[in-house]
Design a protein around this ligand. Structure first.
Ligand SMILES: NC(=O)c1ccc[n+]([C@@H]2O[C@H](COP(=O)([O-])OP(=O)(O)OC[C@H]3O[C@@H](n4cnc5c(N)ncnc54)[C@H](O)[C@@H]3O)[C@@H](O)[C@H]2O)c1
Length: 461
């Protein structure tokens, strides 16, 4: 039985290790974290994150060959033969590169902790997303030890998407493993290839050099975000010209060179990764003197901020240039459907801007309200948190759809309309509703990248 350790029990560490444990009963997988509450949640029936299918996988392996613990960390490190490092790598908020570069303090602390507690050689795997050439620093820290221990550092970035993490881990488009082109580096790569080959078809396991692997993760996220920003840029033009962004997206997406995915116009992208990873890429380019390349990728982020701001500006403008004292129901707090994660969620950005307009905001989400409350900090005292969308919309002047939860598309909007203040507005930031039907009910309908359907209703509130 190989002892595999994962440092960091977050959105990546927890699900990834659960799937490895499920498919590799011959290995013992231990997941540790500095946050004991998170570990306690992993050991309970209320897992710390919501992911479809996650509970079922954890139930199969937990206590068999999957263990979550916050104690005896040093001993677990010493016993491990393979260590995945999946700690957070947020954007630096201080000093050089503040607001752009990755903050590698958790990363470096982890490397030193591994070194301090090791009496045997190990394979160390970068699971976190990191700037290209971080493995070099990691390798230097680990391999300058007085006892002559050797550590092979590999890059194995995670490509799972929150909301479909278990599906993505079970059926990955590819698994990427980067290692040094030395006998020891290649042997380490083969060990990790063999681990994934327990359930991933061999042809989907790609091996590269270390730097290609590190950079590919940043580039994958930059390309995905770029597609969203591209279609969002076009959505602004559609609203001015009478073109419909969904028709345009369909028309261009049928071109096999372009493809249909990630062409859904919306209020903007969120999540903990896209912004942070693009900032990181921009910073790397700037450090290499590649000013134009940096500016090109930075524009992806600027377009996203523009889209969020434009959404709120449309709301203010449509609702007679004042939101002060108006009840506005926000349907969705999570940054996307099927997750409880609210990090960088456009919903919370919209929420804050509406609070600045002195609106009376009601936030409604099936799984993300607790995270939203934490993220909003002091501002949360000015927000009403409501699980039931019908209650949230009761007496509201407007609804804004900010997360594409399927439940929001299936609501009885006639019932909602009847209980709202009139004229009633609906702003569909995810284009999940039947706009014509809503318009016929009496709503004034504003959807991203579409001409507004507006019929100011004579009924007064
Ligand atoms: N969230 C995603 O969808 C996703 C997808 C692919 C890659 N990634 C990358 O994976 C990494 C982790 O992301 P995440 O979303 O899981 O973050 P997270 O914040 O959910 O989890 C990180 C965990 O690491 C723990 N931690 C930090 N320092 C530690 C230490 N010294 N010892 C033990 N535990 C420690 C934290 O307490 C936290 O629980 C990031 O680099 C991220 O960019 C994330």
């Amino acid at each position: 039985m190989t002892n595999i350790l994962c440092i960091g029990a977050g959105y990546v560490g927890g699900p990834t290790m659960a799937v490895i444990a499920k498919h590799c009963p011959q290995h013992k997988i231990t997941v540790i974290d500095i946050n004991p509450e998170r570990i306690a949640a992993w050991n309970s029936d209320q897992l710390p994150i919501y992911e479809p299918g996650l509970k079922e996988v954890v139930d199969i392996a937990r206590g068999r060959n999957l263990f979550f613990t916050a104690t005896d960390i040093d001993e677990h490190i010493n016993q491990a033969e393979i260590i995945f490092v999946s700690v957070n790598t947020p954007t630096k908020t201080f000093g050089q590169g503040a607001g752009r570069a990755a903050d590698l303090q958790f990363w470096e602390k982890t490397a030193r902790q591994i070194l301090r507690n090791s009496t045997t050689p190990k394979i160390i795997i970068e699971k976190s997303t990191l700037p290209v050439r971080t493995a070099e620093a990691m390798s230097q820290i680990l391999n300058t030890n007085p006892n002559g221990l050797h550590f092979d550092v590999l890059s194995n970035p995670e490509f799972l998407a929150e909301g479909s993490a278990i599906h993505d881990l079970e059926n990955p488009d590819r698994v990427l493993i980067g290692g040094h082109n030395t006998p020891s580096g290649q042997a380490a790569v083969q060990t990790i290839v063999d681990l994934y080959a327990n359930w991933v078809p061999r042809e989907r396991i790609i091996t590269t050099n270390l730097w290609s692997s590190e950079l590919s993760k940043l580039v994958a996220n930059a390309f995905l975000a770029q597609r969203i920003s591209s279609i969002n840029a076009i959505s602004a033009l559609c609203e001015k010209t009478g073109a419909d962004v969904e028709e345009v997206a369909y028309a261009i997406g049928t071109d096999t060179r372009i493809g249909p995915r990630f062409l859904k116009a919306s209020v903007g992208f969120g999540g903990s990764c896209f912004k942070k990873d693009i900032l990181n890429l921009v910073y790397l380019c700037e450090m290499q003197g590649l000013t134009e390349v940096a500016a090109y990728w930075e524009q992806v982020l600027k377009m996203n901020e523009y889209q969020e701001a434009r959404f709120v500006a449309n709301m203010v403008h449509a609702m007679f240039n004042t939101l002060a004292g108006k009840r506005i129901a926000l349907f969705g707090a999570a940054f996307k459907a099927n997750t409880s994660d609210t990090r960088e969620s456009p919903a919370l950005i919209v929420c804050r801007e509406l609070l600045d307009e002195h609106a009376d905001v009601v936030l409604c989400d099936p799984y993300a309200l607790e995270n939203a409350r934490t993220d909003l900090g002091a501002q949360s005292s000015r927000v009403t948190f409501e699980l039931d969308p019908y209650q949230a919309a009761k007496g509201a002047h407007a609804i804004a759809i900010l997360t594409e939860w399927a439940d929001f598309a299936a609501l009885d909007y006639q019932r909602i309309f009847d209980a709202m203040a009139h004229p009633a507005f609906i702003f569909d930031g995810r284009n999940i509703l039947n706009h014509q039907a809503l318009f016929e009910m009496g709503f004034n309908v504003y959807a991203v990248g579409k001409e507004p359907r507006v019929k100011f209703n004579a009924i007064s509130s």
